[in-house]
Design a protein around this ligand. Structure first.
Ligand SMILES: [Fe+2]
Ligand SMILES: [Fe+2]
Length: 269
């Protein structure tokens, strides 16, 4: 018997090794797409995603305050930056499969699953691109400590789909749009062409992930006749334990369907 989409998601979430997790993620995304194209979509099913996904023994996870500060101008600093991005990407793979498996009680058009399967597949590519860059530098994912607490937003919003959409794609992934151009410049100045190309791919594809978040957030608000801006402000204040930090990439945020009056009021508090 073929697996349901939720079972596929749980399989990714419970695989610890990063390369193995992302290979599975890619295979499942291909299976989903092929079935959709054939007009025989894989059933969503129902499964119990773990509260926390499986992760490799390394990297060691530290409180952000204890992760050594890096000088971005040095080679070591650039490796630390690639390592930090790899960690974010691996987390993102799990976040996208988690949203598929955790909220199966909410009915959505198939396009909801198309979007998050695609995003999960792209995050898998992003993780592997970062690993390839690290390995070309003689390092690897797991060689350095990484931030603990990346999964906090997922746990906080495990029972609140609107909260999940507000905080994960519309706040955290949108933040990626703000900071990635600076990273690309840094690697370009260092002549690291592989990292520049990888980060440009990530930057282009992350616009889509933020857009999926905004699209489905608005969809649900419409279904329940809620004002999206007010709900967004309430949910970010409830689940995101910090203010939003400018400068914002207003142009890319607009491209991703995030209006100025969604995020600016949360920065000025
Ligand atoms: Fe990504
Ligand atoms: Fe993403």
């Amino acid at each position: 018997m073929t697996k349901t989409l939720s079972e596929m998601a749980v399989e990714v979430l419970t695989t610890a090794d990063g390369r193995a997790k992302t290979a599975l993620s890619h295979a499942h995304a291909n299976a989903w797409r092929a079935a959709r194209e054939a007009g025989t979509p894989i059933p969503l099913g129902k499964a119990a995603p773990p509260l926390r996904p499986s992760r490799p023994e390394k990297p060691e996870l530290l409180d952000p305050r204890d992760v050594p500060k890096r000088k971005p101008g040095s080679e070591k600093g650039r490796i630390a930056l690639l390592h930090a991005v790899a960690h974010i990407e691996l987390n993102a793979v799990d976040l996208h499969w988690d949203i598929i498996a955790r909220f199966t009680d909410t009915r959505f058009p198939l396009g909801f699953y198309d979007d998050w399967v695609r995003a999960a597949d792209e995050e898998s590519k992003h993780f592997n691109l970062m690993c390839d860059c690290l390995e070309a530098q003689g390092s690897f994912y797991g060689a350095l400590p990484a931030h603990a607490g990346m999964w906090r937003a997922a746990e906080d919003t495990a029972e609140d789909l609107l909260g999940r959409l507000a905080v994960v794609p519309m706040v955290l992934e949108a933040r990626g749009l703000d900071v990635t151009p600076g990273m690309i410049d840094l690697f370009r100045r260092a002549g690291a062409d592989d990292a520049v190309a990888a980060l440009e791919t990530i930057y282009a594809e992350e616009v889509g992930h933020v857009a999926y978040g905004s699209k489905w957030f608005h969809f649900l608000c419409g279904r329940h006749e809620l004002d999206p801006k007010d709900v967004f402000h309430d949910l970010v204040r409830r689940y995101f334990h910090s203010t939003l930090k400018p400068p914002f990439n207003d142009e890319k945020r607009a491209e991703a369907g995030l209006p100025l009056d969604f995020y600016w009021p949360l920065a000025e508090e």
